[in-house]
Ligand binder design. Structure first.
Ligand code: SAM
Length: 237
């Protein structure tokens, strides 16, 4: 009898109607087939389909496969950009191990309606595909200034295409991360970049570091992916 949190071997748990339909109608599984599951708390379990109808499914927990890792990835602060690009950012950031994604409104964001629940589904699907055992939370857009006030003590690294690249061999992102212990926040601006007031605010913050991500102007999705890739390379998360 293995017990991990609320889960233990032999326990039979219900799935919701979408999950049941996915296993039956989409994956065409049947009673007795095995399914690996995670709930973001109790790690990964091997289970067996106990009952399956068009609208319901129950799984029997067979074996605890992986413990729940402690979430140690960065927070991604992303200014709102066009929907398709934003969806790409959510998917790639999830694959690259972010702990949380905070959508931001900056002075140059075109804050057209953002469907946060759709973005959360994209994060969930990306977490399943990349076999993470936790799903990063996508937080509804708030103003950059508000986040800077509320989260004043989190180390902040922000992409700034105008910041100098001192030309030494180590990318500025890795240099910045050397001085940071614990998860940091990575901030990427909107298509139009940060405006002068925002740049001044960021520059004045004691715990904020501007990093250059290369000699060319990157789209916000490219900048987010390259910053997170460097973060993962440096921190191994
Ligand atoms: N300000 C430029 C403009 O108006 O075209 C570009 C903004 S860029 C499309 C969006 C964001 O990606 C920037 O705010 C910055 O955070 C990041 N970014 C783009 N290229 C970068 C680079 N070479 N180095 C660091 N950050 C970059």
């Amino acid at each position: 009898q293995e017990q991990h949190g609320a889960y233990s071997t032999g326990l039979v748990i219900p799935l919701n109607i979408d999950q049941s339909r996915y296993l039956g109608a989409v994956m065409r599984l049947s009673v007795g087939d095995e399914v690996a599951i995670f709930n973001g708390v109790d790690g990964e379990w091997r289970t067996r389909i106990h009952t399956l109808t068009k609208k319901a499914c129950h799984l029997e927990l067979v074996e605890h496969i992986r413990p729940q890792p402690d979430v140690s990835g960065p927070v991604l602060l992303i200014a709102l950009v066009k929907r398709a690009r934003l969806e790409t950012i959510i998917e790639k950031a999830t694959e690259l191990g972010v702990a949380q994604i905070q959508l931001l409104i900056t002075r140059r964001t075109n804050a057209d309606h953002t469907n946060v629940s759709r973005l959360q589904v994209i994060a969930q699907e990306a977490a399943e595909q990349t076999e993470r055992l936790d799903v990063p939370q996508v937080l509804a857009p708030i103003k950059l200034e508000k986040w800077l006030m509320d989260e004043a003590d989190i180390p902040l690294i922000y992409g700034d295409e105008d910041s100098t690249h001192d030309g030494n061999s180590i990318p500025p992102m890795l240099v910045a991360l050397r001085d940071i212990t614990g998860p940091a926040a990575i901030l990427i601006g909107p298509e139009g970049g940060f405006d002068e007031t925002e740049r001044r605010t960021l520059k004045a913050l004691p715990h904020a570091v501007a990093v250059n991500l290369g000699p060319r102007i990157l789209r916000a999705d490219t900048a987010a992916i390259s910053a997170l890739t460097l973060y993962q390379a440096a921190c191994g998360d």
